[in-house]
Ligand binder design. Structure first.
Ligand code: GDP
Length: 454
């Protein structure tokens, strides 16, 4: 890839559509300053103002004044995209933004594709691919903890780790190649056991990082929790109590919830998606049966299943349901919530496996929320400052496989020449994670997650 990439000039609204206090229109490219200057009346000459300065003035177009705006000027290469960038801060009315965009498009600036600003940042070496992916995660992150982790990745946390691994692998390659240079003299100055140990450590680190991908997905998208149980156990009441509002219909008529409801709560920085589901019971009612089928598929998709039981009728229901669920969904994580303790002399409590509460009075509900947050924290504890995604995990696993070949080669006294081929393959695969080598398909997949203006 050449260092000098020339692009046309693009623009897009960087803020969400609708009325707001302010909106931001972004312009990037070689003629950004000229295009803005044509519409922006201000007391300074934008051609000569220093980078990272903000200027107040009037935006004009269609023969009149459109809005009073500020223009933030960033000069290449010290900008997000690495090009000349101007961010126009205007009032957030739909028409204001629309007219500013129209004047820019009329002056020959092109509407940006989704993610095109960030794509230019990558192509101009302002961000590597792990940072580009962190930008997408930061924007899309459902939880505070997910956003914080993405921010650390954006700051280069992943890049540094990968660079350290690559340096270690290059050192190993260097030693093996050096030994090869002296092969005629039959000197063996490389401690093969030590090298094998180093490669094993790097391999297990790469694998453990790849294994955090599903936990990272929980931080990115949230933790899914299905509330299931027999009709009238109090599922909808508990769903409402956890949300602290009346979202689901509560009724003592069995079979009221036939579809499912999904809502999100935020506890201790985690996003927890709750599903209120149709009661599980034998029924002939075709709509209720459909609801039960949906419940079954929600159980499969959930990270945790809360089996709500009406304690006033005993444990038989929840015992039967738990046995049934664990045999049908062996991977499901199931926890019983004993509800309606207000009708008994049981004290609301929470012993990690059985939770006692009253959805009606709210007793034990804060403890249940805290329990859910602890579950998310446990299930994501392996994630540190990197939100590994599917693409990265696949590359890490392939790199680990190449290292297995190198390790096997070392064990079988294979010539260093062949071993370094495998190690170099691992180095290349790690480089693909940051985007040292890339192809159009990879970029298209990554940028398809972005919105226009980013
Ligand atoms: P679902 O069918 O499992 O969703 O149950 P609902 O939430 O619709 O509740 C069924 C009935 O049980 C309603 O009359 C609720 O008011 C009642 N109920 C739910 N939770 C409690 C509770 O904690 N204590 C008492 N006493 N009644 C409850």
């Amino acid at each position: 890839m050449s260092d000098a990439i020339s692009f046309d000039t693009i623009c897009a609204v960087a803020t969400p559509p609708g009325t707001a206090g302010l909106s931001v229109v972004r312009v990037s490219g070689p003629s950004a300053v000229a295009a803005v200057r044509a519409c922006f009346s201000t007391s300074v000459d934008l051609d000569v103002v220093p980078s990272h300065t903000i200027h107040y003035g009037w935006w004009r177009g269609g023969g009149g004044v459109i809005d009073s705006v500020t223009c933030s000027v960033y000069r290449a290469p010290h900008s997000y995209t690495g090009e000349d960038v101007i961010e126009i801060g205007c009032h957030g009315g739909l028409h204001v933004v629309d007219q500013i965009m129209t004047t820019l498009l009329d002056s020959g600036v092109r509407l940006a594709d989704p993610g095109e600003f960030t794509k230019r940042a990558f192509l101009n070496h302002k961000l590597d691919l792990t940072q580009v992916e962190a930008v997408a995660d930061l924007i899309a992150s459902q939880s505070r903890i997910g956003a914080q982790t993405a921010a650390r990745q954006l700051a280069g946390g992943f890049t540094k780790r990968l660079a350290a691994l690559r340096t270690d692998l290059l050192d190993v390659c260097g030693l093996l190649e050096l030994e090869l240079d002296f092969s005629e003299e039959d000197v063996e100055f490389v401690d093969k056991e030590k090298l094998t140990e180093t490669l094993r450590n790097i391999r297990s680190y790469a694998r453990s990082l790849a294994d955090t991908a599903s936990s990272a997905e929980v931080l990115r998208s949230g933790f899914y929790c299905a509330v299931v149980g027999y009709p009238n156990a109090g599922k909808s009441s508990l769903f409402n109590a956890l949300l602290s509002r009346d979202r689901a219909i509560v009724s003592d008529i069995a079979g009221t919830t036939r579809d499912y409801l999904e809502e999100t709560i935020f506890v201790d920085g985690y996003a927890i998606h709750l599903y209120d589901t149709a009661g599980l019971r034998e029924t002939e009612d075709s709509i209720e049966l459909q609801g039960i089928r949906i419940t079954t598929s929600l159980i499969e998709q959930s990270d945790l299943v809360l089996v709500v039981n009406d304690i006033t009728v005993g444990n038989a229901h929840s015992d039967t349901l738990c046995t049934d669920l664990t045999s049908r969904f062996p991977d499901a994580k199931v926890v019983v919530v004993q509800n309606k303790v207000d009708g008994t002399d049981i004290v609301p409590a929470n012993d990690e496996r059985k939770i006692y509460c009253s959805a009606l009075t709210g007793a034990g509900v804060p403890e249940l929320r805290a329990f859910l947050a602890r579950r998310v924290a446990e299930s994501t504890s392996a994630v540190n400052d990197v939100l590994v995604n599917g693409r990265q995990a696949a590359l890490l696993r392939s790199a680990a496989d190449s290292l297995t070949q190198a390790i096997d080669g070392l064990g079988a006294q294979v010539s260093n020449e062949y071993i370094t081929v495998d190690i170099r393959a691992a180095i290349r695969l790690l480089g693909d994670i940051t985007g040292e080598t890339w192809n159009v398909d990879v970029l298209d997949t990554i940028f398809s997650r972005f919105c226009i203006g980013k």
